[in-house]
Design a binder for this molecule. Structure first.
Ligand SMILES: [Zn+2]
Length: 67
């Protein structure tokens, strides 16, 4: 009986190993894809990570957000 339990655990381990990999790679791809947003004042495209959001509008810098 114990052999079968170890055998089952090994199969589960292999399954987890193979199912985890694609999920991790998908997460990495999502991180790489930063959405480009147009500045509401000057029209320059800024990545979503750097953009400043004010009143639901996107700006490239604090200076543009003041306008
Ligand atoms: Zn701007």
């Amino acid at each position: 009986m114990l052999k079968w339990i170890i055998f089952a655990l090994c199969i589960f381990g292999i399954y987890f190993f193979f199912f985890r990999k694609p999920k991790e790679s998908q997460k990495k791809e999502h991180k790489k894809d930063s959405i480009m947003l147009e500045c509401n004042t000057c029209g320059i495209y800024v990545s979503s990570e750097e953009a400043i959001i004010q009143d639901g509008k996107y700006y490239c810098s604090k200076e543009c957000a003041k306008c």
